[in-house]
Design a protein around this ligand. Structure first.
Ligand code: KG4
Ligand code: ZN
Length: 350
């Protein structure tokens, strides 16, 4: 394969959960076009993502979305230098849709195909020129805080990631969503809970701070959710709901800050503390993590929200990072519903 030229165009595809997304990036990281179709309204009646509905929606919408981003970028499939698609971890139906479309384009155009690990795509996002114009060197610490994932990862290089901690039960976004549901808020509840919390006072309810002060960087949220359930069961007025939302949010932010402080101590030399995932949208969480980063003598990098939540820009960018190192995947690469970051190194990191 010839080297990647600065002007080369890469198509990224994301379809691992409930966002259908496509993006075209130039090899220097410039974003030429991006589009995300959320399936929220398809899944909302069920209070969670229904895999079969997700797969069908990706199939129905991804091809048109690809045409749209190619048009917007002023190019055609023939103008692409490579295709990168999320190949795991995630829901297998959606992964098959994205990976198969990506391979089809790669075959038709005779260009490289990159099977991207979704977690690595989140992990490399802070190195996008838009996020770190001055550059961001390895290593750094990533807190991935989404509805499906809750992990603390030391990012040492492309394909080289060390998981320092993970959740012992619920992901943090899941805890937001379950607590929001208990408070009578619509799914997904995180943003609704944040708005309700803004009208409440956190001090009224004492909630647990799971694993607070314990060594390591694991997380646990089910006890917190149970505490919320027990308070709700006793009956709450409007002001009480807001106060409980505020207490919950404060407990989560404090817990995440404690865990992040431990992680920074476990991984000295980190150039930054990076947050990704939908929960990174939460103002209280960001503020608590910014404080921790400052105390540890580093800085918090929080990508714009649209790049924190699932998107295809991060997939194309991960493709660029891998292509720069000469890493490409065979067309026989099978999508992997389970694909821990640690296994990337074995498959060929750099
Ligand atoms: O990364 P994401 O869009 O999708 C995956 O889970 O992969 O994350 C969605 C999660 C949901 O649990 C949602 O409630 C949560 O992120 N979330 C928030 C906020 N915005 C989204 N949680 C707390 N505060 C927010 N402002
Ligand atoms: Zn994600």
């Amino acid at each position: 394969m010839r080297g990647l030229g600065e002007g080369d165009l890469i198509l990224g595809l994301e379809s691992s959960c409930d966002e259908t997304a496509a993006a075209v990036l130039r090899a220097d990281g410039a974003i030429l076009a991006e589009a995300v179709l959320s399936q929220l309204t398809d899944h909302a009646p069920y209070g969670g993502v229904v895999p079969e509905i997700a797969a069908r929606a990706h199939l129905a919408h991804l091809p048109a979305l690809v045409r749209r981003v190619l048009d917007a970028a002023g190019t055609t499939p023939a103008g692409l230098a490579a295709v990168a698609a999320t190949a795991g971890p995630g829901l297998i139906g959606g992964l098959i849709v994205g990976a198969t479309l990506g391979k089809g384009i790669a075959i038709a155009q005779g260009i490289p195909y990159l099977a991207i690990n979704h977690l690595e795509a989140h992990a490399l996002t802070p190195r996008l020129p838009l996020v770190s114009p001055e550059g961001l060197d390895f290593p750094y610490l990533l807190l991935l805080l989404s509805g499906g994932h809750c992990q603390c990862v030391r990012v040492e290089g492309v394909g080289r990631h060390v998981r320092l901690g993970t959740t012992l039960d619920d992901a943090v976004g899941e805890a937001f969503d379950k607590s929001a549901k208990l408070l009578g808020l619509p799914w997904p509840g995180g943003p609704h809970l944040e708005r309700l919390a803004a009208t409440g006072t956190p001090g009224r309810f004492a909630l647990p701070r799971p694993l607070f002060g314990r060594p390591g960087c694991d997380f646990s949220f089910s006890g917190l959710k149970t505490a919320v359930a027990n308070i709700v069961a006793k009956g709450l007025d409007e002001a009480g709901r807001a106060d409980l939302a505020a207490a919950f949010q404060e407990a989560v932010a404090a817990t995440l800050a404690d865990r992040a402080a431990h992680a920074l101590a476990m991984a000295p030399g980190a150039r930054a503390l990076v947050v990704a995932g939908g929960v990174a949208a939460n103002g209280a969480v960001r503020a608590a993590l910014a404080q921790v980063a400052e105390k540890a003598g580093t800085r918090l990098v929080a990508p714009p929200i649209r790049l924190c939540t699932d998107n295809a820009v991060m997939v194309a960018w991960a493709g660029i990072e891998r292509l720069r190192l000469g890493l490409v995947d065979g067309l026989d690469h099978a999508p992997r519903p389970r694909w821990p970051l640690a296994e990337l190194a074995r498959d060929g990191g750099a």
